[in-house]
Ligand binder design. Structure first.
Ligand SMILES: Nc1ncnc2c1ncn2[C@@H]1O[C@H](COP(=O)(O)OP(=O)(O)OP(=O)(O)O)[C@@H](O)[C@H]1O
Length: 303
């Protein structure tokens, strides 16, 4: 559906995209992850033909991007693009007209879109009277008004509470259900984990890895992550050295990659003589993969 090849972009002397390759298949939700300044918005602006790349090819449905591919794409930018004094319905009418859609014919469609984003009962309310979560949903509705095949959502849930986030996640799942392809940028790793069939991790303008969650999990050869709290970290590391467990610090806590599922008793027995305050195990999460790929985990301490 969307194929990006060797995309390069500089602002003056600063190169912000470097040979970026990215492939989104039709009907999937693709999560583009990256820290602030990684190049997500720049990539989106180039896909939407709002910004020119220096080098590189972008194809949507095998068509090079141009003014005409804009019709296939709907974008919900990071900052809401809504007119606060206009009602929900008026906002959608306004954007429909920008896309050259006829006001009379679009009326029924606007109702359907408002129903899809759960704002039908707010159709006549000015945007300024809606909650932050409702405004975000309307911002997504704007992206849907011309019935695009690819919807780009730039950090759709940033700053929202968990309930508002759940509503947007459900809406994104509905889009997929309708056969719409979604490209989503997010800082929230659990959001990507829950929603996305494919994930690309962007750092300094390059895609470091791309694949399904299962494929990315293979990057960490562990069944589980074992976290322990102890004042005897050095000794704890030495205890399991014979098994070759890799150790890491996640959020300042000592953790080990367990290559296979171990019985808890068996694990505890390995740390005999060590005073352990707490021990927990969890599956390998996107968080661990992200930190590994971007090399952002705290370095193993040297004692
Ligand atoms: N118009 C511009 N002129 C100069 N530099 C820019 C411009 N727009 C973006 N940049 C720089 O390009 C880099 C990538 O920015 P971009 O906004 O694409 O990142 P991002 O991944 O979307 O970040 P965020 O998550 O903070 O939105 C940053 O270093 C940014 O400062």
């Amino acid at each position: 559906m969307l194929n990006i090849k060797n995309l390069n972009k500089s602002y003056g002397k600063r190169q912000v995209l470097q040979d970026l390759n990215l492939n989104v298949d039709s009907g999937e939700i693709y999560g583009l992850l990256g820290a602030n300044g990684a190049g997500k918005t720049t990539t989106i602006n180039i896909i939407c033909n709002l910004l020119k790349a220096d080098i590189g090819d972008i194809k949507i449905n095998n068509q090079l991007i141009s003014e005409s591919t804009k019709k296939i794409i709907g974008i919900a930018p990071q900052e809401n693009i809504l007119y606060k004094t206009l009602t929900c319905e008026e906002n959608l009418q306004f954007f429909a007209e920008i896309y050259g859609l006829n006001r009379a014919t679009v009326q029924k469609q606007i109702k359907e879109i408002l129903a899809a984003v759960n704002l039908l009962d707010r159709a006549k309310n000015p945007v300024e009277t809606l909650s932050g979560g409702m405004q975000r949903r309307l911002n997504i509705a704007v992206a849907l008004v011309h019935q695009p095949k690819l919807v780009i959502l730039d950090e759709p849930t940033t700053g929202l509470d968990i309930e508002a986030r759940y509503e947007i996640w459900e809406l994104i799942r509905q889009l997929k259900h309708q056969g719409i392809t979604v490209l989503l940028t997010t800082h929230l790793l659990d959001e990507a984990e829950r929603l996305c069939q494919k994930i690309g991790i962007l750092k300094d303008g390059r895609i470091l890895v791309e694949g399904s969650l299962a494929e990315l999990r293979n990057l960490i050869p562990a069944q589980e992550i074992l976290t322990i709290k102890t004042t005897q970290e050095k000794e704890a590391i030495a205890c399991v050295q014979k098994y070759g467990f890799t150790h890491r610090y996640y959020d300042n806590e000592l953790a080990f990659w367990l290559p296979e599922s171990w019985d808890l008793k068996e694990i505890i027995s390995q740390f005999e003589g060590i005073s352990i305050d707490a021990i927990s195990r969890q599956p390998v999460r996107l968080e661990h993969i992200y930190l590994e790929v971007t090399q952002k985990y705290s370095s193993p301490k040297s004692f």
